[in-house]
Design a protein around this ligand. Structure first.
Ligand SMILES: [Zn+2]
Ligand SMILES: [Zn+2]
Length: 54
């Protein structure tokens, strides 16, 4: 069976200033991002434009 599509609930994750931790958008592959939107349900990480489209 196919799971229902996720009704994404995004929350903003912010990397600490100067931190080596950077994020990659999992939808468009853009990088680096020091902040990223993560879905609380499926953990999809996206940049802001992609979060609006997802
Ligand atoms: Zn989701
Ligand atoms: Zn993106």
């Amino acid at each position: 069976s196919v799971p229902p599509p996720c009704a994404h609930k995004f929350k903003l994750l912010v990397s600490e200033m100067g931190s080596a931790v950077v994020y990659i958008c999992e939808m468009c592959g853009s990088l680096p991002h020091w902040y990223i939107w993560e879905c609380k349900n499926c953990k999809l990480k996206t940049c802001r434009p992609c979060a609006y489209k997802a």
